[in-house]
Every structure is written in structure tokens, then in C-alpha cells.
Design a protein around this ligand. Sequence first.
Ligand SMILES: Nc1ncnc2c1ncn2[C@@H]1O[C@H](COP(=O)(O)OP(=O)(O)OP(=O)(O)O)[C@@H](O)[C@H]1O
Length: 339
Amino acid sequence: MAVVELSDVHKQYPAPTRKGEPVRAVNGVDLTVEAGEIHAIVGYSGAGKSTLVRLVNGLEPATSGSVKVNGTEITGLGEKGLRAVQSDIGMVFQQFNLFNSRTVWGNLEFPLKVAGVAPEERQRRISDLLHFVGLADKAHSYPDQLSGGQKQRVGIARALTTQPSLLLADECTSALDPDTTREVLALLRRVNVEMGLTVIVITHEMDVVKALAHRISVMEKGRVVEQGDVAEVFARPQADVTRRFVATLVDGVPAGDEIAELQARVGGRLISVDLAEGGAQSKVFALVGAHGVDVKVVQGGVNQVGASSFGHVVLSLDGEQADAAVAAVAALAGVEVLA
Ligand SMILES: Nc1ncnc2c1ncn2[C@@H]1O[C@H](COP(=O)(O)OP(=O)(O)OP(=O)(O)O)[C@@H](O)[C@H]1O
């Protein structure tokens, strides 16, 4: 079942200047997030990610198109209907957005009081959640007395108090160091696996996508330019913007001047071999080996997403049979002759 379903969604803001064009923050987006999935929405600053989140949680109406959450069309919904949809969505923010004047317990209690939950039930839920996020001993601390990672764990617990089915996390690790990021990502994974929540993470960090997400949508200029399973998109990124993001994890295949520089440094013929699952790499290595050429690995890297690995190696082939070896492998899938 789809938890979030966007069809041809547009969001325009008025032109910033009197003679300017309206800002098309979201420009014809189709996006489906299935129940139980962790879906990453990736894009550079200004791509439209936060606007998309505000459309999904009903903080702003779409200019046109359909926004469905758990099957309910939220465009044009009245205040009461919208509140019902919103109570099923938890939000986690980059800057935690905790009340500094309230204790951890008080921060978790606030949304429950607003929702009219009875005191005993409030007590039970808060205590369970504080145990779940590993902060039972901090119930009476104030946010200022906590580390960034602990604050974000409180933020996640608070988002879960109303027992939502969907969690929206907007750059929720961008203010944290790498170790704390890992801790928060592990907690989000438990929220997904143990509590069964669907999670949408907005991020520009590919480490986060790699560690957490099942599926990815890449946004650029208000559009989704690429979408798919994380392992597949990482192994074979199609859009330029996706390639740039993936290259932050693994060096890209050399191009243009880089090839000439590499060849000047290492010599021989250069080929790049794709290491994605199901590629022809073992055939390539066998054929190259059979030609008795001098083989050097001169660039590349392998990465792991879930059970799949992807990446590439650039090989320099040298010796009398180098041209014949290149000719033998040139037509195989995943092989690129560079020089
Ligand atoms: N309330 C608003 N009024 C006018 N323009 C807006 C408004 N909100 C966003 N925009 C514009 O819409 C575009 C998309 O912005 P948005 O914040 O959704 O991008 P983003 O991908 O989330 O970027 P960031 O990571 O920097 O938050 C930008 O050009 C932005 O200036």
C-alpha cells in the first residue's frame, strides 16, 4: 500500500520581484512511497525538497496536482481532516526544535496533551519511548544538558508519541558529527524495522542514503529526475546530478583531461570495468589474463549498499598483446575503453 502518493504536483510561489517570474519550487512531481519503506529524497539546496515535505504534511497546499497520504487526498481538505492526517505523521528536524524550558519528559508530554491523551496513557507512552531511544535516565534533564545526538533522540521520541505511521526526517543528521550520525541512523532503522514506520528522509548526504534508505528520489529544479532502488541507482546513476552525488561516495570513471593525465602517469591502454552485480568482470579478468599482458589497477573503488556492491576499476594493460586484450573485452557489458 502507498503511504504517500503524489501525482503531477506543482507548487509555485509568487515572484520575488515585481517583474520576476513565479518560483516553481515543485514542478510536476510524481512520487510513491510504499508502506514500510525508507525513502530518501536527495537534492542540492533549492531543489525543492523542503517544499515537498511541507506539501506532504499539509503545512502548505499544492498549487495543483494530487497529494495523498494513507489514501486520503489532502489538497482541499478542511482543518479537521488535515489535523487527522497530520496526527499520523511525525516530524524530525535538523535543529531538533525542542522546548528548552521543558524537560525531556515535558517535551514528549506536550504533543500528547495537545492530542488530548489521558494522563496514564501519556505516562506509559513516554516511558516506553524513552526506553526505546535509550534516554530513560534523562527524563528530567533539560535539552541544554544533552549532547546533539541525545537531543535528536528526544526529537525522534517526540515525533513518535502520537503513534504515527509515517516519519518525515528533514536533514536530521546534518548538524551532527559522524559518530552521532551513525547512532541516529541506527535508531531510525529500528523505528522502521521494530515499529514498522514508513520513513522519508530528506538529505544531501549520500552516506545517509547508503546507510539507511531502500529507495531514492533525486530532485533538481523542482523535479524528480531519477528514482529507484538505492543499490540500482548507485550502481548505474543516469542523471548528471545523481552521478555527482554518487561520486561523493566513490570516484567516478575518469573523463576528458583526467584520462590523459592518468595515461601519462601510468602508461599502457586504459579500460574501466564496472563492478556492479551481474557485470562481466570475471570474464574481463579471464580474457585479459589469457593475453598475458601486464595489468595494473590504477584507479577505482568498490562500495557496498545492503547486499549489493558497485563501483569500477580502471586497469592499465601494457605489453605486446595490450591492443588485442582491449579488443577482446571492448564489447563486454560494463567495459569502457578509455585510452
Ligand atoms: N515560502 C517561500 N516563498 C518563496 N519562495 C520559496 C519559499 N519556499 C521555498 N521557496 C523557493 O523554492 C525553491 C525550493 O526551495 P526548497 O527550500 O524547497 O529547496 P530545498 O531543496 O529544500 O533546499 P534547502 O536544502 O536549501 O532547504 C527555492 O528556489 C526557494 O527559494
